[in-house]
Design a protein around this ligand. Structure first.
Ligand SMILES: *Cc1c(COP(=O)(O)O)cnc(C)c1O
Length: 403
């Protein structure tokens, strides 16, 4: 198959066949190449490979056939020119940012970021002379006002963790480009199935493949998607020389994950919609945030930039932390975990776990209240999830009333 034909496939077909490299044995399933290095036919061939005069592999820190298959499949699905895989989502974020930044540069980032992403822009970058301004991602005037002559990168995620607010990616991309900066989007919460930031003007997209791409709780991984130009100019040399490479074994697991990604995300999104609707009817629940809801405060932006909602639902219970803990503890199917995107439904109390590091003020600013719970909806039968949440909320309400 040629790359040109595969570029015309629907993403669902690319998820199954994209990037497949068959060995002479003609295996059906992708081969797992657990090798550190490669041998050459001759010293001349080794020289040619190092001079980039002939294609081929040199060392698995730079490239490996199983990892190449995963990268090509991701690029086809996302509609990106190229992809580079990394050991974790955070390695992808770090490489996407640091590969293009130098001392003296300036970054503008949305405040509502995954905790470790916020560390990269707020703590790590300034240590190396890269200034950073955090803005409310929903406020386009704030993005504009934050621009300096040294601004090189805009960074955001949408929907955000954990309050599922959205940022108008197209509008922010326009502001970035007018300032001569690039826009990097962390697309984990939207999933590649429902949102394509590159078509909205983003320059670089990053994923934690740990989440929906594996989706079955097995291994960590990450990926950066970008243009060939960005790869050649910035990313390739950074990854090659600093070594955040993805293990071929994990690339193989992630390839198998991609085969079922769209099925899983569709089912989990449909179930999330059903769960959000049911949560709204419970008296202990004071607020439900679901990007698939017509009454989401930014439904107009969601309709423009996302094909459907998300597999994530956030909700607040009356009675603050005690009620949130009582609810989480009473669940029988849904497990307590800070992970997300898994086949198993998982619930998180952001105030005391993922966002514990932030100050109370910073949490307030982001709308992270002690009664807030973040739910990642899995592949269980949706009625069972609704029944589990209902009985847990009933028991929490009874406990709160008794106290
Ligand atoms: C999990 C996550 C990351 C980090 O990914 P790891 O694979 O855990 O390193 C980054 N951004 C978002 C939005 C995430 O959910």
């Amino acid at each position: 198959m040629t790359a040109d034909t595969s570029r015309r496939w629907h993403p669902d077909t690319a998820l199954v066949h994209g990037g497949t490299l068959r060995s002479p044995f003609g295996e059906t399933s992708e081969a797992l190449f657990l090798t550190q290095g490669y041998v050459y036919e001759s010293a001349e061939q080794a020289e040619a490979r190092f001079l980039n005069l002939e294609p081929g592999y040199q060392y698995s820190r730079f490239s490996n056939p199983t990892v190449t298959m995963f990268e090509e499949r991701m690029a086809l699905m996302e509609g990106a020119e190229v992809a580079r895989a990394t050991a974790t989502g955070m390695a992808a974020v770090t490489a996407a940012m640091l590969s293009q930044l130098s001392a003296g540069d300036h970054v503008v980032a949305a405040k509502a970021l995954f905790g470790s992403c916020r560390y990269i822009v707020e703590d790590l970058c300034p240590r190396f002379g890269i200034a950073c301004t955090l803005v409310d991602g929903r406020d386009l005037a704030a993005w504009k006002a934050a621009v300096r002559p040294q601004t090189k990168v805009f960074f955001l995620e949408s929907p955000t963790n954990p309050t599922l607010e959205v940022v108008d990616i197209e509008a922010v991309a326009e502001i970035a480009h007018a300032a001569g900066a690039r826009l990097v989007v962390d697309n984990v919460f939207a999933t590649p199935i429902w949102q394509k930031p590159l078509t909205l003007g983003a320059d670089v997209v990053v994923y934690s493949a740990t989440k929906h791409i594996d989706g079955q709780g097995r291994c960590l991984g990450g990926v950066v998607l970008c243009s060939k130009e960005f790869l050649d100019k910035h990313l390739q040399v950074f990854i090659r020389q600093t070594g955040p490479s993805l293990s071929p074994f994990n690339a193989w697991v992630l390839l198998k994950g991609l085969e079922t990604l769209s099925l899983r995300v569709e089912r989990q999104t449909t179930s999330a919609g059903a769960v959000a609707a049911a949560l709204k009817t419970h008296p202990l629940v004071t607020r439900v945030i679901y990007p698939g809801d017509p009454d989401h405060p930014q439904a107009d932006i969601i309709a423009r930039q996302m094909a459907r909602g998300s597999t994530m639902v956030a909700f607040e219970v009356a009675g603050c932390k005690a009620a949130a803990f009582a609810t989480a503890n009473a669940l029988e199917i849904i497990r307590i975990s800070n992970n997300l995107g898994d086949a198993k439904s998982l619930i998180t109390h952001p105030t005391t776990t993922t966002h514990q590091r932030l100050t109370e003020d910073a949490r307030q600013e982001l709308g992270i209240n002690p009664g807030l719970l973040r739910l990642s909806v899995g592949l269980e039968y949706p009625d069972d999830l609704v029944a589990d949440l209902t009985q847990a909320l009933d028991r929490a309400a009874a406990r709160i009333a008794a106290e």
